[in-house]
Design a protein around this ligand. Sequence first.
Ligand code: DGL
Length: 273
Amino acid sequence: MYKNAPIGVFDSGVGGLTVVREIIRQMPEERIVYFGDTARLPYGSKSRDTIIRYSRQNIRFLLTMDVKAIVIACNTASAYALETVEKEFELPVIGVIRAGAVTAVNATRNGKIGVIGTEGTVGSGIYTEVIKKLNPDVKVTGKACPLFVPLVEEGLLHDSVTDEIASRYLSELKGRFIDTLVLGCTHYPLLRSTVGRIMGSDVTLVNPAYETALELKALLEERGMSCEPGSAEDDPDKYRFYVSDLADKFTAFATSILPKQVKETRKINIEKY
Ligand code: DGL
């Protein structure tokens, strides 16, 4: 029974669906409960204390759904809260930062890595810290790109405005001759083609969403917690979506990026948890 319990995933809003998309691709058997904290986003410009409080509440809510593991599918919450909450809760909790950092260190040839993310993630210095622990000789340049999140949420994935803003943000990183760039925010994989075109084909783009799904798969297998094949096949509630506000807007966005149509998103009062 426990093996067949869902995986709990949370993010500040829709961005964490890029992680859900990778989990579905790599582990199509698993059930998922997703919570998007749409009433309290953005997380990227809030303080550490606030993000830890929000993360605790989000996990307490997901625990009411009897989840077997938690994925913090938000770079800002992973940066600020993972270390605290992984000690406080008994189930496995993983974030998105370590997997992305490991991949970047393995990918770089010239030892120069760039990281783009929210002000919170870049300001926390967490990617630099994790990368330096893996290889102290690597040089890391971080760049906050705060306008990328609203551009994605407005659907401007392929637009001249996005090109212009991306060129400005990325020019500093180009000047540092990085050969690897971590897309350190949930929304940025959706801008992959724009970022890739501006950085050029010699720069490897690392999508922590993909790597996190791989890490989750390995963790579930290692602990004998993977779902039994076929157990969720006829379950109409295999994927459940909850938000703290604007459920219909979330449903439309989720349907545009997930491989399956999202039929329903339920709204909850997260302050109760
Ligand atoms: N999910 C956030 C992250 O990955 C981006 C959106 C926000 O600032 O809430 O950092």
